[in-house]
Structure formats: structure tokens, C-alpha cells
Design a protein around this ligand. Structure first.
Ligand SMILES: N[C@@H](CCC(=O)N[C@@H](CS)C(=O)NCC(=O)O)C(=O)O
Length: 205
């Protein structure tokens, strides 16, 4: 964590955005493609690059769906914002040494709250967690079953599916597969998201 900025600068990787103070924000993932000698940072830009450079491989942003994928991602942001106060304190505990200090400093600056006070507690906490499930139920309602597969476009996954399943996977990884948080999340929308995650792993591992 603490080395992302200096290492990105060293290899010439661009920032993915700006910090609240206006300075460049260097993040991962970054990829280097030796066949085109390209460095790309930021998940969506990486997906766009891979689709464009390797059009004969499975496409993650099929033609004509570019705007929809971006809209999906924008619609997902409020969920992401609501999940962060729950996951950040747990991720912080999993870091060690310099990265732990760095993570705390950056996140406390961004959220203007101490990490120890970030997690919503009591009744408010219960409702805030329930809101996460409601978000996913809304997304589930956008998946019109067309009989040819579990993904939003049918048989093949696209970027929108990856956004949703990767966050479900993240909840499992951050809290642990025995945690009450994961036991709850895997049941959201009648288990749809866990099934999609398993299907995705089955199809692409
Ligand atoms: N929008 C970016 C977000 C990437 C992001 O937040 N990455 C985190 C790690 S998962 C990071 O590099 N954080 C470093 C920091 O904030 O200093 C993307 O999708 O690539």
C-alpha cells in the first residue's frame, strides 16, 4: 500500500484519479502488456484496453454496451460507499507495518473519521448493513431472466457482472468464509450472487 505511489511513478504508470486535495491518486490494479509495451491503470480502462487489443478473446464490454457498462458502474457507487465503513476497519487490521499506518492515514483523511469510529454500530449499524442487501436486491431486479444464462446479458459475463460478483467475493475474503457477514451476503437475493460467483469461477478458472 505504502509503495503504490512511488512504484507507479518509478515504472511510469499513470494515476487513476485525484485525491481530495487535488493531487494525483495512484492506485492498483495496473497492468503492463509486454506485447504492446503498454502500461494501463484503472479497472475499466484495463478492461477496455484488453477488449480492444485482443478482440478475438471473450469480450468483457461487448460492442454497443459501453455506455451501459459505465452507467452500471456509476449506479454501483452508492453501494460501494455504503460498504466501505464496514470493510475498511477490517482490512486495516489485516495490514501490517508501514502499509497499516499508510492505509489508516489515507483513509482517515479521505473519510475525515478515525478508523476506529468508522463502523456503523447498534441499530444504525444493523440498518446500514440491511441497506447493502437492498442495493443488491435492486440490482437483481435488473437481471431479466432470458433463459440463456445467469449473467445480465445472458450466457456470457460482462463488466457489470464482474462489478457485482467481485464485491460479493470481496465480502467473503475480507470477513472470511465463516463470518456472519458472509453467511448473510451469500443469501442475498435468494443466493443469486453466490451462484453467479460459483458459475463464473467454474466457467473461467
Ligand atoms: N477506480 C480504481 C480504484 C482502484 C483502487 O482504489 N485501488 C486500491 C487498491 S484495491 C488502491 O490502489 N489504493 C491505494 C491508495 O488509495 O492509496 C480502479 O477500479 O482501478
Amino acid at each position: 500500500m505504502a509503495d503504490i505511489e512511488s512504484y507507479s511513478k518509478k515504472i511510469g504508470a499513470p494515476p487513476s484519479g485525484v485525491k481530495p486535495d487535488g493531487s494525483p491518486h495512484y492506485t492498483l490494479p495496473t497492468i503492463y502488456d509486454p506485447s504492446t509495451k503498454s502500461l494501463i491503470t484503472e479497472s475499466l480502462l484495463i478492461a477496455e484496453y484488453l477488449d480492444k487489443t485482443y478482440p478475438d478473446k471473450p469480450r468483457i464490454i461487448p460492442d454497443g454496451t459501453h455506455s451501459l457498462q459505465r452507467a452500471f458502474r456509476a449506479a454501483f457507487e452508492p453501494f460501494e460507499a455504503a460498504l466501505r465503513p464496514f470493510v475498511i476497519p477490517v482490512i486495516h487490521e489485516q495490514f501490517e507495518g508501514e502499509s497499516k499506518t499508510f492505509y489508516r492515514t489515507v483513509l482517515e483523511e479521505i473519510f475525515q473519521t478515525k478508523i476506529s469510529e468508522m463502523k456503523p454500530k447498534g441499530e444504525e449499524g444493523k440498518q446500514a448493513w440491511k441497506k447493502l442487501e437492498d442495493f443488491y436486491d435492486t440490482f437483481a431486479a435488473w437481471y431479466v431472466e432470458e433463459g440463456n444464462g445467469p449473467y445480465v446479458m445472458g450466457a456470457s459475463p460482462c463488466f457489470a457482472d464482474l462489478i457485482l460478483t467481485s464485491r460479493i467475493w470481496w465480502i467473503m475474503k475480507v470477513f472470511g468464509s465463516d463470518s456472519p457477514q458472509w453467511q448473510d451476503a451469500r443469501s442475498w437475493s435468494g443466493g443469486k450472487w453466490e451462484r453467479m460467483l460459483l458459475q463464473f469461477q467454474h466457467d473461467y478458472d
